[in-house]
Write a new protein. Structure first.
Length: 480
């Protein structure tokens, strides 16, 4: 375990006999109030971009009936869930792990689920996913499912989602566009309109460069700083230049930056409504996709951040892991119930750990800042996609780095990992990528005479995906 030392620049450790110190075990873990507060601020500023991106991702998509969600209401719902669940994790889990709507998870909801049903039904599926994960945690099955999927496939899923998120950023910013006469051309997409033109595209390109420069210089809050800087630049450009269109969101300053939160989306979900819109098999696969994404992001984040904080026990286990996983699962339920998509633990919590956070007290600071942001939602809705999309590119890059852990010399692992990664962005579907990876894995293993090495849960899941991919010929065969 990592040895904790006291920073001489910090004040004296927290008074060991104060109730607050004893509750959060601040001095016991070698921390101070100053470290915890500093860590809480760092975590907030490195993950606050989700308050901008989540409303853009969810608000830019129409459901089956052509309805869209209000950006202002999404900003309120996203901020509220982040504030409440982060504080709960701090108090009940006593670890510096902040939570908010999960990138990747919201992409599944926006681009795969919502087009098949009403928004209320889609959020009902998110609630169902969270409830199922709660049951899996309580029964111990969450760990069993974790062990069933080989590590290279887990890593490939994360990499594939990163590629998918980055592709969404390029498309939504206008950097990549669909070629109008795609049926008569050799490629389906192109650079801009053939070339990169217009002020909005300059904002995006500068934003990408600024984000990566800040990240390369290890500036804390690099993604948020880039979003803020490019938004200011976009506001100036919009004021003095002739811009034909910014897309969904124009960078126009609101008359009043402060407004009462709009809680209109809270409780707007239908738990079983999806069953009246699509088939049961499709619902099972969609919920499975959400569960899978939530599963492995959370497990990796929790272990990684607590290890960095030097908090793993002598057996290498996270203290109070059961409580932490249950709170994370409950956050998925809360996100669906608030219509802000599934909430999950954020890897950006590592920024707070880097600033010295070692306890849940840091979460009180992070959650408090999220609560304060509730009253500034008008400012969160002036960010154009060209200023926010660079964050999607950056997050895609961060998720892509896990590709180095995959053993590309073992074809039985490398081929399923490759298919998982490339099918997601190329088909614009996360579940398609997971299905391609799982099916190819079990088939290759079986052909190599290693079928017994594959867990029965993986065989079952691959079978479901096989039916999913072959659903149309099966319907024709059965005359349905």
């Amino acid at each position: 375990m990592q040895t904790l030392t006291t920073d001489p620049a910090d004040p004296a450790p927290a008074r060991a006999h104060s109730p607050l110190d004893r509750f959060f075990r601040i001095s016991e873990r070698g921390s101070t109030y100053a470290r915890e507060i500093r860590g809480g601020f760092a975590t907030f500023f490195t993950m606050a971009y989700i308050l901008v991106l989540n409303p853009i991702i969810l608000g830019s998509t129409e459901d089956k009936f052509g309805h869209t969600l209000s950006a202002a209401q999404l900003a309120t719902a996203t901020t509220l869930v982040a504030a409440v669940m982060t504080v709960i994790m701090g108090v009940a889990g006593n670890l510096p792990l902040a939570l908010a709507a999960g990138l990747g998870l919201n992409a599944v909801v926006a681009f795969q689920i919502a087009p098949l049903m009403a928004w209320e039904d889609a959020m009902g599926l998110v609630v169902l996913e969270g409830l199922l994960i709660c049951v899996l945690v309580l029964t111990g099955l969450r760990e069993a499912v974790m062990h069933a999927i080989p590590q290279p496939l887990k890593q490939a899923i994360s990499v594939g989602i990163g590629m998918f998120i980055a592709f969404i950023g390029f498309v939504d910013s206008g950097f990549v566009t669909r070629i109008p006469d795609a049926a008569n051309t050799t490629v389906p997409v192109q650079l801009g309109t053939g070339t990169l033109t217009g002020w909005p595209m300059l904002v995006f390109c500068l934003g990408v460069l600024l984000t990566f420069v800040l990240m390369a210089r290890k500036v804390r809050g690099a993604i948020l700083i880039s979003i803020l800087a490019m938004t200011v630049f976009a506001v100036i450009v919009n004021e003095f230049a002739d811009v034909k269109s910014w897309g969904l969101t124009a960078p126009e300053l609101p008359g009043n930056p402060v407004a009462a939160p709009d809680f209109g989306l809270l409780g707007q979900f239908d738990l079983l409504g999806a069953f009246g819109q699509i088939g049961v098999l499709t619902i099972v696969l969609l919920i499975f996709t959400l569960i899978l994404s939530d599963f492995f992001d959370t497990m990796g984040t929790v272990v990684g951040v607590t290890a960095e904080a030097g908090l793993l026990d002598e057996r290498g286990q996270v203290p109070g892991l059961g409580r932490v996983l249950f709170i994370d699962s409950a956050a998925a339920v809360a996100g669906g119930a608030a219509s802000s998509s599934s909430a999950t633990t954020y890897i950006e919590s590592a920024a707070g750990v880097g600033e010295g956070a070692r306890t849940g007290f840091a979460n009180l600071v992070t959650g408090g800042l999220f609560a304060l942001a509730l009253f500034f939602t008008p400012l969160l809705t002036i960010v154009p996609m060209q200023a926010a999309a660079p964050a999607l590119i950056a997050v895609g890059f961060l998720m892509m780095t896990q590709v180095r852990h995959i053993d590309w010399d073992r074809f039985e692992l490398a081929v399923p990992a490759f298919l998982t990664v490339v099918v997601m962005p190329f088909t614009y579907s996360i579940s398609n990528g997971i299905g391609a990876g799982f099916i190819s894995y079990v088939v290759i293993k079986a052909c190599l005479g290693k079928g017994r090495e594959v867990h029965w849960l993986l065989w079952s899941t691959a079978g479901l995906f096989l039916v999913y991919f072959a659903i149309d010929p099966l319907k024709q065969l059965l005359g349905v």
